[in-house]
Design a protein around this ligand. Structure first.
Ligand code: ADP
Ligand code: MG
Length: 329
């Protein structure tokens, strides 16, 4: 049966969100004002939040379950990059009057699916009506051993620079959605759009990098720009070998058709891969842990003394990167 109007606020929470709190005693089935959460002995909570706005981070006709999964996944990606294991999350949902029960139901099913996949529970939130576009924010909490959170600040000259997965899939997926990737075949288009709509947070490797990575962050606003953040906070420079940047087959084909696409690859956003540095003597450990986590990792360059990010082409010449990454302002 179609369900045009969402139920009232409390019924909505009871029907769609309370089931997602089952299994987490401190959430009190979302029947209290607040939740309680204690880290395991000797651990600290790592807390991160990300907001998504219709028309900015997703499109009005995107499937609600995928919007839900992406909003949870971008937070899981931050936790993984910090070396944290996921524990719980809060959901703030600002719905326009046009939101239907069917939309919310599908959204909640998306959350349920990824909660199970990544071992995290909904423990609270807020629900309100907005005169603007649909807006949601997730605040996720994970845990690490005391003092062990992987920071942006620990990169040292001589460290290797590593990245998980492949870079540029989402940027080209967005280009497909904007009809701006001519020449890509249907299979490539599908792959790239899926990578844009549903990133893969590297939860399986994140906590293994504690004690191995000297610095790390998740790549969400473009590889070059985000690497620049590690460099400035760590007060070092970085050299990236363009030829080492890991590309999926569809992205490789797009770059072969149009070499200028490489700038979208290293400057586009939404990768949600982990960029991290590690001393060279831990290279074999990085590869072992990556194999244990079943996550691809690739060494793409090095940390050097100085400042700023240089990207070198196959001839060792520095490439001029016009657009380093995404900025809201
Ligand atoms: P308050 O009056 O303090 O804002 P609410 O009535 O909004 O409390 O919320 C009641 C309970 O439902 C609280 O435990 C809150 O965390 C939870 N809740 C409200 N909205 C959501 C949501 N979108 N997702 C998860 N939990 C929610
Ligand atoms: Mg409330």
């Amino acid at each position: 049966m179609s369900d045009p109007a969402p139920p009232g606020e409390f019924e909505l929470i009871r029907r769609y969100f309370a089931p997602l709190a089952v299994g987490f005693p401190g959430a009190f089935n979302l029947l209290d004002d607040a939740a309680v959460l204690a880290p395991s002995l000797g651990h600290e909570l790592v807390v991160t939040t990300d907001a998504l706005i219709e028309g900015v981070h997703f499109l009005p006709d995107d499937p609600p379950d995928l919007i839900a999964r992406k909003s949870l996944r971008v937070n899981l990606s931050d936790l993984a990059a910090k070396g944290a294991r996921p524990r719980a999350y809060l959901l703030n949902l600002c719905l326009p009057p046009t939101a239907t029960g069917a939309w919310i139901g599908s959204f909640a099913r998306g959350l349920a699916k990824d909660q199970t996949a990544f071992g995290i529970h909904l423990i609270g939130g807020d629900t309100c009506k907005t005169p603007g576009p649909l807006t949601l924010a997730i605040t996720a909490m994970g845990e690490v051993m005391e003092g062990a959170m992987i920071r942006r600040s620990g990169a040292r000259p001589g460290d290797d620079l590593w990245v998980t997965g492949t870079i540029g899939d989402a940027a080209l997926g967005l280009a497909v959605r904007r009809n701006a990737l001519p020449g890509a075949g249907p299979k490539d288009r599908k792959f790239l759009v899926e990578r844009y709509r549903c990133p893969e947070p590297r939860v399986a490797i994140g906590h293994r990098l504690v004690g191995v990575a000297s610095a790390g962050m998740d790549v969400s606003d473009g590889l070059v720009q985000d690497l620049g953040h590690i460099c400035s906070v760590s007060r070092v420079g970085a050299v990236v070998q363009a030829a080492l940047v890991p590309l999926s087959a569809p992205v490789r084909r797009a770059v072969e058709r149009d070499p200028g696409r490489f700038f979208d690859v290293v400057g586009g956003g939404d990768d949600y891969e982990i960029l991290f540095t590690a001393p060279p003597q831990l290279g074999a450990t990085v590869l072992d842990f990556a194999a244990a986590a079943d996550v691809q990792v690739t060494r793409i360059g090095s940390i050097v003394a100085g400042s700023g990010v240089s990207v070198l082409d196959g001839a060792g010449q520095e490439m001029r990167i016009e657009r380093a990454g995404f900025r809201h302002f």
